[in-house]
Design a protein around this ligand. Structure first.
Ligand SMILES: *Cc1c(COP(=O)(O)O)cnc(C)c1O
Length: 230
């Protein structure tokens, strides 16, 4: 069942790449395993996936110790500053940097651990009040500010688009995020690359790919519905 889902998602990614003349090598699938047990993750791992996304520090730490060491863990959820030290060096990238203070904390803990953490800056591209992230207006200035921190390396931008039944409605947001990354890239800021564009979830990853996503974060489409009652 889950392996079939995975095959389907991969097929859809391939089709979306072909339709927009992109190489499938340029689109990375992150299987979002939050709330799912290690057995389910293992099944998807056995299908060849090595990138997994989680949104809670405690949950990542619990799972890391029970799963193969070559998994690349992606922190994709809102991160509290006091939890940063627990995951530094344990995740390959933090997608959800949504304040300068958080970036400063990651830098500080990164230096302490002798690491330089790869981070993405989260942009609230739709302006929804419930969403985390920098505004499109401030993101360029914020990127320059964060670029000067020695313990982090800015790799690109991330966004969570609104929930919608019609993925086409999110195209405008994906296009805007891509344009922001192009604009920032043109500034040639030291210590900043815009190689990663993390956007697109189960409901809209094909549209995100056609607008330039390099990392899609798919949970439900692979693992099935989440049960938050447990
Ligand atoms: C849960 C989550 C996802 C995956 O959502 P699905 O709709 O299940 O694919 C992607 N990104 C973030 C930031 C999430 O919290």
């Amino acid at each position: 069942m889950m392996r079939e889902n995975l095959d389907n998602v991969r097929k859809n990614i391939r089709k979306a790449c072909e339709a927009s003349n992109r190489s499938t090598m340029d689109v990375n699938l992150i299987a979002v395993s939050k709330t799912k047990p290690v057995e389910a993750i293992r099944e998807i791992y056995d299908g060849g996936v090595r990138d997994f996304g989680e949104n809670k520090v405690q949950e990542i730490l619990k799972k890391i110790d029970r799963l193969p060491k070559d998994i690349r863990w992606h922190m994709i959820g809102h991160l509290q500053r006091n939890k940063v030290k627990d995951i530094i060096n344990r995740v390959c990238m933090i997608h959800s940097v949504d304040s300068v203070a958080l970036a400063q904390e990651i830098s500080k803990e990164g230096i302490r651990a002798g690491a330089c953490m790869d981070i993405l800056l989260e942009v609230n591209i739709s302006g929804e009040e419930s969403k985390y992230g920098f505004t499109p207006q401030e993101i360029a200035a914020v990127t320059e500010q964060i670029a000067s921190l020695p313990g982090v390396s800015v790799k690109g931008l991330m966004t969570v688009a609104p929930y919608t039944e019609n993925p086409e409605e999110n195209r405008v947001f994906f296009r805007k995020l891509k344009q922001l990354s192009v604009d920032i890239n043109e500034k040639n800021i030291d210590n900043v690359s815009m190689e990663v564009l993390s956007m697109g979830m189960t409901g809209d990853y094909e549209v995100a790919i056609s607008e330039g996503a390099t990392h899609v974060r798919v949970g439900t489409g692979i693992f099935g519905e989440r049960d938050y009652s447990k």
